[in-house]
Write a protein that binds this ligand. Sequence first.
Ligand SMILES: Nc1ncnc2c1ncn2[C@@H]1O[C@H](COP(=O)(O)OP(=O)(O)OP(=O)(O)O)[C@@H](O)[C@H]1O
Ligand SMILES: [Mg+2]
Length: 475
Amino acid sequence: MDDSPREDLGLLVRGVLDYAILMLDTSGHIISWNAGAERIKGWRADEIIGQHFSVFYPPEDIAAGKPERELETALAEGRLEDEGWRLRKDGTRFWANVVITTLYDDAGRHRGFGKVTRDMTERRAAEQALRESEERFRLIVQDVVDYGIFMLDTSGHIISWNAGAERIKGWRADEIIGQHFSVFYPAVDIIARKPERELETALAEGRLEDEGWRIRKDGTRFWANVVITALYDDAGRHRGFGKVTRDMTERRTAERTLGERRRLVGHLVDAQEVERRRIAWDVHDDSIQSMVAVGMRLQLLADRLPEEHREGVRALDESVRAAVGRLRTLVSRLRPPDLDRHGLVVALTGHLEESLPAWGLDYTLRHDLTAEPTSEAAVTGYRICQEALTNVHKHARASRVEVSLSTVDKGTLFRVTDDGVGTAVTGTDPGRDHFGLIEMRERAEAAHGWWSLASSPGAGTTVEFWLPSAPDAQP
Ligand SMILES: Nc1ncnc2c1ncn2[C@@H]1O[C@H](COP(=O)(O)OP(=O)(O)OP(=O)(O)O)[C@@H](O)[C@H]1O
Ligand SMILES: [Mg+2]
């Protein structure tokens, strides 16, 4: 009864593979050896029992008397723990965690030492890798200049500072560490308790993002994007906050300038359309009507005149008719009446029929519109197609053009493809000097759509653009 737990324990010790468990006599000679010891150190029990345990130590430790010192310490203090290099039978080294315990029998006599060794090589390598990666990470954070990255303690005082923070905000680390981070906020924000509220939110929600004005050391302002993250240690204790700040001043200015320019272009384009339509209607209702009336009178007059004058008046009538024809063409170029009356497809068909055969180009128009574009989108789309087709005529040396319209993403996708010589001008940025391309892109973007040109020399050109059917649809 009494023996069985002891036997079990013996079995357990002998069988354990993860730990080398051995006994030394009082002088340090090995008297027992388990399976783990064989696995970790390489010797079989019959090879090692009886040898002195200093065979596990590298020569420099032996020269320094370390094995003996460890036994002395274990004897004096009952126990000793050490980490260091040890040798295997084949001479290779492993990183060992060693615990030596002094053993006494029931009578209190010193009987030797128990020694438990673990192979920590992998763990050590992993820890070292982690340390190195943390160190590298720390160095990156330290040197990043595009972002201000720093830490606050739980009450909001600055405890670390990187190069980016110095560049963006102007303070050196030694000037700012220890101060409260509210120094970065304008007075109105401080009165409104914004810094404190931001920490409270970050703590409650884990993270907070904000954009707003912040103050540099010299008192100037910059437009900042700020992310505050609550930081916890492994035990789950709140340790402070990480703060990442970007200077968005330039981006903000650029976006505003771009927005203003877009609005201006949109306004000009609208004004131009209104003006064209007004001129078209004036010419149509006034000039053309009166000239048609003149033509009719000339005809009546010609009928009543004697033979010798009749031909002259008829010729006059002819030239009035020709002028009316030219004015009609002018009117339809200024503002194709079909666009208002019959919609985009009819107007585009009219334009294609009228122009392309005259330019010696074959064409197809494909459309599967499930929704009619708004009248603004129709005008914009018509104008961009007009310019794209004019470019095909002027530059492409193509034999055919395909125009296609389809309803995509709550808007209309237009494509004008030719089989011509192509161009090196490509992408979404047409460059500075090509105003035809720039105008197409600006028109599309002013209508909240997008525009692009794809081409390569020799391979034809595709102008593709999309216009939303409602101003708030997103591409
Ligand atoms: N379909 C096309 N095929 C080949 N080259 C093209 C095509 N479309 C445009 N290009 C090239 O792109 C250039 C820029 O076109 P863009 O319309 O901006 O200017 P443009 O037609 O020369 O002058 P405009 O300001 O009168 O339109 C053209 O000069 C031409 O070289
Ligand atoms: Mg052009």
